[in-house]
Each structure stands twice: as structure tokens, then as C-alpha cells.
Design a protein around this ligand. Structure first.
Ligand code: PMP
Length: 407
């Protein structure tokens, strides 16, 4: 294995900066990851040498840009082991991917149909389904959480009916870092004849994903959480399902022919990619995957798991700290609070920021989870490949300082 943490860190220029007089310790990767130099260079390279619109140019650089973007699609296909490159749809991110599916299902769902989501979702895997249900008269149901933050998957059997059209769940919770049993959920949903949509926003940066092995019908994620530029994302869908669905936006690129009174639509993947895409971002997606592949997703997984274990161990030594989902399998993030009267998670976040430590505080776009625990929010530390135990020690020192100041 070639896991040289100092070499990895040297590839992230932002780690050289100071925040409030201290070296930056960036532990907000679940919100967005930092970008390695090869990604930053690839952005510049694209604009300096290849900037042109794709798919419609006869001229050389347009064709070059098109080849680069389609190579990136192939790289994503390979990364998640999809069967076909045309099952990979470029989007703006997880939110757009989920909304795309929810939008096109307006034409498929009927009143009385059912969708099942869960209590552990990001708002972007709840609100689009509420909107879809409002439009179609379909019903939204939830797999509930237990007191530890575990999804009560055993309740799925009673929730599933012959009317269930879709079951959706995240693979890893952004708010708690808890790994959900998606294999079991996929198997049960398929037995009941429902499609399954996996929100992979927090799993794809940390774990190996094989969509064919998972047998997910849709698998959706963002590029910016896996070292690629913001405004990029992927909707993977099985070919036979995507082919059954109507297009999303209307416009250029997604048509075969346009007449005054009607249009015919392009095939996959262009049917879902109207308009000029985020060409630079999509092309550079390939470089972000190259970065991950050079280190190896399994090595990244192992390294980040050690960081989660170490953080849990160190925080557990502090009696004022409550860790959410502590007893459950977790990856990428640790979510906690100080059990001190009148102390808000943002108080802790502000003290850590004074030490140059970037963490996220609040409800993490997952209000139902916070309501479940009866809290306004949590402090969340979330890791990437460049984080170290030394940084965790400094974060723990910051938490101890917060306990002293706020206690
Ligand atoms: N789902 C999960 C689990 C997430 O963590 C996030 C981002 N925090 C999203 C969806 C939304 O992703 P984006 O903001 O990139 O669209």
C-alpha cells in the first residue's frame, strides 16, 4: 500500500493556510471536501486549452472537450461498476439527482401509490418526495429510527405494500455518520416489487460502491464531496428503468427532432441532460476519481475508519460528551454534543474555529433526526483522506477548552 499521509496532505494547497492564527484543520468534509492540486490543475488546463461547448461542434476543440467529458462519464461508470456509460447522468449534485427522479415520477405515480423514505434522511431525500406526493396523491411513509439512531428495518415489512413504488434511503447518514443496512432494504423492497433509490452522497467518498452488486435501481451522489468541483453530481439509474421514464428539462441536447407542434427525445444519457452541462466540472470529475484511485478507495476507507474510531475513543473519555449513533457502524463522521446546560452546538463550533478547526454545527439538513433526539443540532466532525490523528488530538483539546469555558 502506498499510503503516505504527508504526501497526501502536500497535495491540498488549502492546508497551508492559517485560520485565526492557527494552521487550518479542516473537518467539514461531509459538507464539501477540499480539492487536491491535480483537480485544481485540471480545471485550469481545461479552460486554458479545451474550453468549448460539447456535443455540437464540428471544430476541433469542441470535439476534444466532448471526448474528455465522455471519457469522464466512462471513468464514473467504471468507478461505481455500472453496466453502461449511458446509465451515468451528469447532474448538479445529489439534490438535483433526487429531484430529477422525483420530478419525472410525477408522470408515473398514481393517487394511492406509496413511497417509503426514512427518518435518517437529509432534507433532499424527504422534501422532493413530499412535493411529489402533493402533486400525485401518493403517500409518503417512513422507516423510523430507534433511540440509538438505528433504522428499524424490521418495520419495513409492514410498511411495504403492493402499492409501494419506491423505497429510498441514504447509505451513510450525513448527520450521524451511521451506515444504514441498504443491502437488506434493497432486497426487501425488490421482493415487494418496488424500485430503490440510494442517496450515496456520504458513502461514495468513503467506501467502495458497486451498483451492480448492490442492485440499486438509482444511486445518486455529488462530486464536490469526493474531491471534484462543486456543481457536479451523478445520477446512476438502471438502463431499463431510465428508458421507461419521461425526460426532465426540455431544451437543447435532449431532443432528436423538434417540430412546431411536438418533439422527439434523445436516448440515454442525453434525454436527462438538457442544456449546456457543467463541462469543466464533469471533465475534472475524472481527475478526482484518478486521485481516489491512485490512493485506493479501500485504503481511504481504512484510514478514515481509524479516524472515526480514534475520535470516538477520545471523545468517550470526556464525560460531558454525548456521541450520537455511538454503538452503530459508522463511517466518515462523528456527531456529538456537550451535555451542559444551555450550551448550543454552535458555541462549541465557534471555540473550535478560533483554533482554526472547521467543523459543522446545527441540524445538518436533517431536522427529523434532531427532533428524534430532542436536540437543536450537533457538532459534526467529518473526515477526508488528508485528516490525521494529530489533528484529532487538537480538535479534542479544543473540545476540552470548550467544556472549560462553557461548563
Ligand atoms: N444527501 C446527503 C446524505 C448529503 O450529505 C447531502 C449534502 N450534505 C445531500 C444529500 C445534498 O447534496 P448536495 O448539496 O451536494 O446536493
Amino acid at each position: 500500500m502506498n499510503f503516505d499521509i504527508q504526501h497526501i496532505r502536500s497535495q491540498f494547497p488549502i492546508l497551508n493556510r492559517e485560520v485565526n492564527g492557527n494552521p487550518l484543520i479542516y473537518m467539514d468534509n461531509a459538507a464539501t471536501s477540499q480539492k487536491p492540486k491535480m483537480v485544481l490543475d485540471a480545471i485550469e488546463n481545461y479552460y486554458e486549452k479545451f474550453n468549448a461547448n460539447v456535443h455540437r461542434g464540428i471544430h476541433t476543440i469542441s470535439q476534444e472537450a466532448t471526448v474528455m467529458m465522455e471519457n469522464a462519464r466512462e471513468k464514473v461508470r467504471n468507478f461505481i461498476n455500472a453496466k453502461h456509460a449511458h446509465e451515468i447522468i451528469f447532474t448538479k449534485g445529489t439534490t438535483e439527482g433526487i429531484n430529477l427522479v422525483a420530478h419525472v415520477l410525477r408522470e408515473v405515480l398514481k393517487p394511492g401509490d406509496e413511497i417509503i423514505t426514512t427518518e435518517i434522511e437529509h432534507h433532499s431525500n424527504i422534501v422532493p418526495w413530499q412535493m411529489l406526493c402533493e402533486r400525485t396523491g401518493a403517500k409518503l411513509k417512513y422507516i423510523p429510527l430507534d433511540e440509538n439512531g438505528r433504522l428499524q428495518v424490521e418495520k419495513l415489512d409492514e410498511l411495504l405494500t403492493e402499492k409501494t413504488k419506491l423505497v429510498t434511503v441514504n447509505q451513510i447518514s450525513n448527520a450521524l455518520g451511521v451506515i444504514n443496512p441498504i443491502e437488506e432494504i434493497i432486497a426487501k423492497a425488490h421482493q415487494a416489487g418496488a424500485w430503490v433509490l440510494i442517496d450515496g452522497a456520504q458513502s461514495i467518498p468513503h467506501t467502495k460502491v458497486d451498483v451492480q452488486e448492490l442492485d440499486a435501481d438509482f444511486f445518486i451522489f455529488s462530486g464536490h464531496k469526493m474531491y471534484a468541483p462543486t456543481g457536479t453530481g451523478i445520477l446512476y439509474g438502471k438502463e431499463e428503468i431510465l428508458n421507461k421514464l419521461p425526460p426532465f428539462h426540455g431544451g437543447g441536447e435532449m431532443i432528436k427532432e423538434v417540430w412546431m407542434d411536438h418533439s422527439t427525445y434523445a436516448g440515454l444519457p442525453f434525454k436527462f441532460e438538457a442544456g449546456t452541462p457543467h463541462i469543466e466540472g464533469n471533465i475534472v470529475f475524472e481527475t478526482a476519481i484518478d486521485f481516489i484511485n491512485e490512493i485506493g478507495i479501500e485504503n481511504i476507507h481504512q484510514h478514515e475508519n481509524h479516524l472515526v474510531e480514534y475520535t470516538t475513543e477520545k471523545l468517550s473519555e470526556l464525560e460531558e460528551v454525548i456521541i450520537y449513533g455511538k454503538t452503530l457502524p459508522r463511517s466518515g463522521a462523528v456527531s456529538f454534543n456537550l451535555n451542559l446546560q444551555g450550551v448550543h452546538p454552535s458555541d462549541v463550533g465557534m471555540i473550535l474555529d478560533k483554533k482554526g478547526i472547521a467543523v459543522r454545527t446545527g441540524h445538518h439538513c436533517a431536522q427529523p433526526i434532531m427532533r428524534h433526539f430532542g436536540i437543536p443540532g450537533t457538532v459534526r466532525v467529518s473526515f477526508a483522506v488528508f485528516n490525521t490523528k494529530v489533528e484529532i488530538d487538537q480538535m479534542i483539546a479544543g473540545v476540552k477548552l470548550a467544556i472549560k469555558m462553557l461548563g
